[in-house]
Design a protein around this ligand. Structure first.
Ligand code: VGL
Ligand code: ZN
Length: 199
């Protein structure tokens, strides 16, 4: 399947139990994702990679608490606990994730003023990560997504991939969700409406 890529989203310590923004059962997907990596010819990893003081952190907004929403110049933004700070242990991939085969690591969220859920576009929906060009240049037509979290970085990446004309599959058994105020059901619906195959 030379025209298919596996995109493994944010399987990092801070999104696993014990981490700063732990996703319930996040670590459980690691063996499943490792199997998917072995089965794919083209493997891409994404890494949430924020500078200290990132504006998606509640700590950057006096009086605000994690999981509240604020208005940013580009629209509504959920505030998070400090997580995936560049160079910290929490930003590293899970130690058991089999990263060796990955040909590309896309880092996102490194601009202080903009958060980035999708691995194609940052949350202003204009700033690109370059992933689309990479996939086109490599002749990739199909993408398979797995990782953390289903209802944020996976879902936004899935929807963008669909809108750019890729054939997109999400493997839910290889994802885990944050599920904030019904976000999991809402994003599964949006992924379906975008045309993704949800397995
Ligand atoms: C994510 C919230 C903040 C994710 C990243 O990987 O889904 N969620 N940063
Ligand atoms: Zn983040």
């Amino acid at each position: 399947m030379a025209d298919e890529a596996l995109i493994v989203v944010d399987v990092q310590n801070d999104f696993c139990p014990g981490g700063a923004l732990a996703v319930e059962g996040g670590h459980e997907i690691v063996p499943i994702v490792n199997r998917l990596i072995q089965e794919h010819d083209n493997v891409i990893l994404t890494q949430d990679w924020h500078p200290a003081g990132h504006l998606s952190f509640a700590s950057s907004h006096p009086g605000k608490a994690p999981f509240e929403t604020i208005e940013m110049p580009y629209g509504a933004q959920t505030l998070w606990p400090d997580h995936c700070v560049q160079g910290t242990q929490g930003a590293e991939f899970h130690p058991d994730l089999d990263v060796t085969k990955a040909e590309l690591i896309i880092r996102k969220g490194f601009r202080r003023e903009i958060d980035s859920y999708s691995t194609f576009y940052e949350n202003d929906r204009k700033t690109t990560t370059g992933l689309e060009g990479y996939l086109r240049d490599r002749g990739i037509r199909k993408v398979v997504l797995a990782g953390l979290a289903t209802d944020f970085c996976v879902a936004y990446s899935v929807i963008d991939a669909c809108q750019h004309g890729f054939d997109v599959t999400v493997l839910l058994e290889a994802c885990r969700a944050i599920d904030l105020n019904g976000s999991l059901d809402a994003m599964i619906l949006q992924m379906k409406e975008a045309g993704a195959n949800i397995l």
